[in-house]
Each structure stands twice: as C-alpha cells, then as structure tokens.
Design a protein. Structure first.
Length: 91
C-alpha cells in the first residue's frame, strides 16, 4: 500500500454540492476560490488541482516543440528571447 494513500468521504448535499475534506484539499494544494478538475474514466473519478492539471497538459503537448523549432540549447533560447524583445521595442 502506498504511504500517501488514504480514504476519506463526504456527503452529497441536495444541490449536488460536496465539501472536500481538509486532508484532500491539502494534498491537492487547493484553497477557497481555487478550481478543481474532475477526470472521469469509466466509473472512476479523479479530482485534481485545475492549475496543476493545465500545466501538465501543456507540458505534454509541448514535448519536442523546442527541438523542432531549432532550440537545442539555453543559448538558442536566450537568442530567441532577445530577438523577440527587439521586435517588440521596434514595433
């Protein structure tokens, strides 16, 4: 059994609202006003921090993009940033 695995539960209220238990909120790193994402896979639902999930999706989609753009080193990236900044200043 995993060391960070635990079970908690909550009651579904009349309007479908559920209070996320404090321990779960802490694991997700969410607080009042934050957004969460429900990922439904068959009859299983995962709840994730929306900001973290969005970043993970973006990272997966960006794999290989730097290389395909010819950015193979930190120097390449810095040169591109400098070029773009110069374009902004001259526009």
């Amino acid at each position: 059994m995993l060391t960070n695995t635990f079970i908690d539960n909550a009651k579904v209220m009349a309007k479908g609202q559920v209070t996320i238990p404090k321990d779960v909120r802490e694991v997700l790193g969410v607080a009042s006003g934050d957004r969460i994402t429900f990922i439904v896979e068959g009859n299983t639902v995962r709840i994730v921090n929306s900001a973290v999930y969005a970043m993970q999706v973006l990272q997966k989609e960006m794999v290989g993009e730097a290389e395909s753009a010819g950015l193979t080193s930190d120097d390449d990236v810095m040169a591109l940033v400098k070029e773009l900044r110069n374009e902004d200043e001259n526009a």
